[in-house]
Design a protein around this ligand. Sequence first.
Ligand SMILES: *[C@@H]1O[C@H](CO)[C@@H](O)[C@H](O)[C@H]1NC(C)=O
Ligand SMILES: *[C@@H]1O[C@H](CO)[C@@H](O)[C@H](O)[C@H]1NC(C)=O
Ligand SMILES: *[C@@H]1O[C@H](CO)[C@@H](O)[C@H](O)[C@H]1NC(C)=O
Ligand SMILES: *[C@@H]1O[C@H](CO)[C@@H](O)[C@H](O)[C@H]1NC(C)=O
Ligand SMILES: *[C@@H]1O[C@H](CO)[C@@H](O)[C@H](O)[C@H]1NC(C)=O
Ligand SMILES: [Zn+2]
Ligand SMILES: [Zn+2]
Length: 707
Amino acid sequence: MLNQIWITKNIIFLFSLVVILWQVILGSPMRMKKEREIEGTNWTELADEWIRARERIFERISVTLLPYTDKIHKLPPTSTSIIIDELKSKQLMRMNYSRILWDMETSQQTGHLSLFVDKAMKLLDLRQVMMEVETSVMSKVSCTACKVGTGLLKHFIKARKSEEEIMNSIYRFCVSLKIQSARVCQGITLLMGGEVIYVLKQIEMSPAQVCSFVIGDACEDVYNPLHDWEVAFPPVNKPAVKPPVTPLENVPSFKVLHISDTHYDPYYQEGSNAECNEPLCCRYTNGPPLTPTAAAGRWGDYRKCDTPKRTVDHMLKHIAKTHPDIDYILWTGDLPPHDVWNQTREENLKILRETVEQMVTTFPGIPIFPSLGNHESAPVNSYPPSFAPKENNISWLYDELDKQWRRWLPTGTSHTIRRGAFYSVLVRPGFRILSVNTNYCNNKNWWLLINSTDPVSELQWLIYELQGAEINSEKVHIIGHIPPGHSDCLKVWSRNYYHIINRYESTITAQFFGHTHYDEFEIFYDTLSIAYVGPSVSPYYDLNPGYRIYYVDGDHPDTTRMVVDHESWVMNLKEANLYDYPVWYKLYSARQIFQMPSLLPKDWDSLIDKMTNEPNVFDIYYKHYYKNSPVRPLCNDECRKRLLCDLRSGRSHDRKALCHSLEAKIDADTKTGWRAWIYNGLALSMSVVMAIPRFAYNLPKYVLGLG
Ligand SMILES: *[C@@H]1O[C@H](CO)[C@@H](O)[C@H](O)[C@H]1NC(C)=O
Ligand SMILES: *[C@@H]1O[C@H](CO)[C@@H](O)[C@H](O)[C@H]1NC(C)=O
Ligand SMILES: *[C@@H]1O[C@H](CO)[C@@H](O)[C@H](O)[C@H]1NC(C)=O
Ligand SMILES: *[C@@H]1O[C@H](CO)[C@@H](O)[C@H](O)[C@H]1NC(C)=O
Ligand SMILES: *[C@@H]1O[C@H](CO)[C@@H](O)[C@H](O)[C@H]1NC(C)=O
Ligand SMILES: [Zn+2]
Ligand SMILES: [Zn+2]
């Protein structure tokens, strides 16, 4: 009986889904045509499809990945008073906004080559200034740089230059403007030039449109109907929302390890040059240091260096020993190092295989749920959807992921992993984990310029899975790499994802991401939903290495499947190098340090308010954000606004709407009014951070899609 109702419900759902799909395909003005087409639909075929899909759901329901556990983990204590650690203000933030403003206001997009070169020279003048503004993000300038580069490339393409000639020009441009060292210029040009030229040939977009797409709101919001799309929801009414209840105390819980952004560098060498003016230093190819202080540390380095093998090994050993009671692991991507100019498919696959092997041997029998980072592909950020030419077919990576991930995942996931590196697993009746591939929201993924419409139907799949979960009364955790509210995430994708979170708020009880390398979180509004952003293992850069432990409401009748508490663990890199003895320690636990009654989304929201009103509380957050790194820069009011705004940004490139009240409050408190462009300009992005010490690096980054 129940089954029948269920099937009837679903047939209605399917019917309406089809109606909606037609609406999407045809657009609303063509109502007549749409109705005709619906009449012509082959219902037999669709019903068959639905029944097959339904069987797949039942298949999955029988899978239970985690063995039953009634473990009651000892959670971190929650009371005690806060110890305020004053920041040591050795490094002052030096910002020259007037210069940036000036550049912003004088740069206009035009079509002439001479003007572009002119602009490029102006940018060159700015280099000195840019070096001074290390801690801020000068995206308006990057925007100009992007437009210059794109304009140049489009000019070459129009002039029918051969690919070889164009690549030669890029290379000469890169070297003569001293944007990077000659070998990095060469590597980047060879690795990415072909793809970028191909994409630019395919599209009819002005440089302003291209750069608005790639950089986001900081580069004007140029509307492009091609990149405005919406995924279809089934016409099932959103169930009435019950306010989430606080999880019970002293009940069984899961202990969950979250590892992200390992960026393991097999070529890391202790004592090599750590100040190399390339995107990645501390490798044997960087040669000896010029001064003793420029030598790479034994356990890693705060400069632009990734994680040595001995540090990864040491961390995993420490975790296995300190936390023998881990129930499962979330592993949110970015395994290879930042040597983006010299990456090959073979090398990246080797790193994937090695790290998977290491995880298997370190955590035997523990399920691991991975998601895909933006660095796993070669070249970085290049995740071509199905319309790309054959030689760019991403199957080389997805097929291997399927092979490697299969150790932990049921075989039913193979199909979606090979299609788009995302999957759904029922870890236990009533509790599901969905892993999304956020590379289809990455605005540095140049392929999306050709067509960004829900690549490989990933978001449609997500809706389908969530609808199924809602019907079956399951709770869902979503994991992924790039936080959907981050400025690296495409605005239109992010907006769609935000709708999805809103629609299924009662089903989704937590989200987990990485990518920023910082220890932070992100709130979705209207409805409240919380995304945890875990810290990186890599110290890249100015950071201590770290990882997170979550306690998730476990197996008992009143379970909420919410995160009950979390801890961040770090290693003090400076002391490790000084005494050649790394010590991993618990930096803080969330409920205790912020004196939160529970970790419901509304508690996180209150915490943001508290940090807005009380700079002391923010300072505590900021210290943990940098994983207690001794080289973290000072955070002034602008920086505070930016970081707090990040926390409110579940939707990308919409800071004006999401952060206005917060910034107004801080402005009123500090009596410093700022101009509107700051909303856009200061969207901190790891990929931008990577570029800062050599400002002009922005040029090839945006021109060539590096990030
Ligand atoms: C509808 O689909 C079924 C199954 O694929 C097929 O046998 C049938 O001929 C189709 N009918 C029409 C009218 O296309
Ligand atoms: C900022 O840059 C402008 C223009 O280059 C310059 O005149 C001014 O002195 C600079 N201000 C500071 C504080 O360096
Ligand atoms: C690129 O990587 C290879 C190893 O894969 C290495 O031998 C070579 O020196 C690297 N080149 C540069 C410029 O770093
Ligand atoms: C890529 O390769 C896979 C299998 O090798 C194939 O199924 C898929 O259709 C290919 N995609 C394109 C766009 O050629
Ligand atoms: C973009 O992709 C979508 C989905 O794959 C497709 O429906 C649409 O026609 C494509 N748009 C263009 C302009 O090719
Ligand atoms: Zn990373
Ligand atoms: Zn990343």
